[in-house]
Design a binder for this molecule. Structure first.
Ligand code: SAM
Length: 507
């Protein structure tokens, strides 16, 4: 068992997640929408994740982008070993893992590694000490390539302000409790909830917080330990983060959540005009966070050396190259209600009708009578379609689908044995798709048959595939599978085939 490092738990491993904003294809699409250049995700590039957890995200991206090179770092040896086992079981030669702390990374001299075009961190920046934050920025300053992008997500003020006393009390209870880290986390949660239900005034004032704590009951304590109980957990002031990164040669480029970049959607209507003239990023982003009571940031930074805006003609060319593909079901954690509401408006009807046929291109849409009058507005529409989770940008060059088949096989096998995994690699997107357990059983049935056109109903075949892996079976499996896979062959499978989630091309 790994001991804690700088107050961050080493005792309990993190859950396996994928975050769509960590994919270069996604970051490049958002940057292009904002009129900025970014490393081309269809060509070879180098990507690095700091604090990678058990490495599922890195493995999905490596499998979906065999033309690029992926490197993932974490201090926890258990995480590194799980990550390496994904790379090994799928034969991913473009993925490496490194067991290092952030302070180890900060000591690497320039030249000890090739620079990275993309560096991503999810959550961890707000959970480590100021010294570790500085170590992260030092590494990035040294090893982010000119014009390279950083994805940085973190909890922020003012939306998270009411969480601060709750987390501080959780922390104190956990410190005082006995037992393993997980037991102490569970005790702390029980005690704070008990106070809440007994009428503690802070939780009475913010009843949604108490509901959120109730929902954590019985959930894997890893979430509490990693996301709330590290010693240095701190909600961040947006302006301070922006300035800190500016002093490390990175400028704020935009949000990886497309709706955040559209003031008419992100801000209360009457505040928009008051913020319109703010041009200093630290001030503007602080004011926007304040006006929208933001809780989480999903920021993109760019290495300053090549952070110029595209000329208007280069911007237009970049937009004209964009192509989106419909997704079979929205990404789970990514569903952005603002974008979902926006794309329900009549303006979106023609583009959504076109999307129902599979892929759409910006060029064709811009030439259509529905959108020819205002191509600039179409840019925002494309961003919102992607932000809402109904569509995803396609890579310009579809990669070899075989590594994704290898990883998807390993993922489906693990999921059918009971591991809570919910993503499959989609190489045409250079990313991963959210999926369900029944769909993973269907994937396995298609794979085992060696053909996507076998004749038995897919629900029966999926059920048989699941039965081969799982000792614990649902009570009414046939009904369960028939319902869960009712639209699979008409709505999901055709998209999976086009995106390379499932393919006849075997490794
Ligand atoms: C919350 S997890 C994020 C995992 C993964 N990126 C994800 O989103 O699923 C943060 C990770 O940072 C790692 N970490 C925390 N402090 C660290 C440090 N000082 N050096 C290296 N890794 C660290 C932890 O082990 C943990 O796996």
């Amino acid at each position: 068992m790994q001991s804690d490092i700088d107050g961050y738990t080493g005792e309990v491993g993190y859950a396996e997640y994928f975050h769509r904003g960590t994919a270069p294809a996604w970051l490049h699409f958002v940057a292009s929408g904002l009129g900025r250049s970014a490393p081309d995700p269809s060509r070879p590039y180098r990507w690095c994740e700091l604090g990678c957890g058990p490495g599922l995200g890195a493995a999905l991206l490596a499998a979906a982008n065999p033309h690029a090179s992926f490197h993932a770092v974490d201090f926890n040896p258990e995480h590194i070993s799980v990550g390496r086992s994904w790379a090994c079981s799928a034969g991913l030669s473009n993925l490496s893992f490194q067991q290092s702390s952030f302070s180890d990374l900060a000591q690497m001299a320039a030249g000890q590694s090739e620079p990275y075009d993309y560096i991503v961190l999810t959550g961890v920046y707000a959970w480590v000490s100021p010294a570790n934050q500085q170590a992260i920025r030092t590494f990035i300053q040294r090893f982010l390539a000119p014009g390279g992008l950083v994805y940085l997500s973190y909890p922020c003020f003012p939306g998270m302000a009411e969480m601060v006393p709750v987390r501080n009390l959780l922390y104190e209870y956990a410190q005082a409790a006995q037992g393993s880290a997980s037991q102490r986390a569970a005790t702390a949660l029980a005690q704070v909830r008990a106070l809440g239900h007994a009428g503690a005034a802070h939780l009475a004032k913010y009843p949604d917080l108490l509901k959120a704590l109730d929902q954590l009951d019985g959930r894997d304590p890893a979430y509490l330990l990693h996301d709330l109980l590290s010693e240095h957990w701190q909600v961040q002031h947006v302006g301070q983060v922006v300035r800190g990164w500016e002093s490390s040669s990175c400028c704020w480029l935009g949000s990886a959540q497309p709706a955040d970049n559209i003031d008419a959607i992100a801000l209360p209507a009457q505040t928009e005009v008051l913020l319109a003239d703010l041009s200093v990023p630290a001030l503007r982003e602080s004011a926007k966070a304040f006006a929208s009571n933001q809780t989480l940031r999903h920021d993109i930074y760019q290495q300053v050396a090549r952070a110029a805006r595209l000329t208007s003609s280069a911007h237009r060319q970049a937009l004209l190259r964009q192509r989106l593909h419909a997704l079979p079901m929205p990404h789970d954690q990514a569903t952005d209600d603002r974008a979902v509401a926006a794309i329900a408006q009549p303006y979106f009807h023609p583009v959504r009708q076109a999307l129902a046929r599979g892929a759409i291109g910006y060029e064709q849409c811009a030439a259509s009578s529905a959108y020819a009058a205002d191509p600039g507005k179409l840019n925002a529409a494309f961003q919102l379609l992607v932000g809402s989770g109904v569509a995803h940008p396609l890579l310009e060059l579809a990669p070899d689908p075989r590594p994704a088949q290898s990883l998807n096989l390993a993922l489906c096998q693990a999921a059918l044995k009971g591991r809570p995994i919910q993503w499959l690699a989609a190489p045409a997107l250079g990313s991963a798709l959210n999926t369900s357990l029944a769909q993973m059983a269907a994937w396995m049935a298609l794979h085992e048959k060696g053909s996507v056109s076998a004749t038995a109903p897919i629900a029966d075949r999926a059920w048989k595939a699941w039965r081969r892996f799982s000792a614990t079976l649902p009570v009414h499996p046939t009904a369960l599978f028939t319902d869960a896979l009712a639209n699979f062959e008409s709505e999901v499978l055709p998209i999976w085939l086009r995106l390379g989630v499932v393919s006849d091309q075997r490794p």
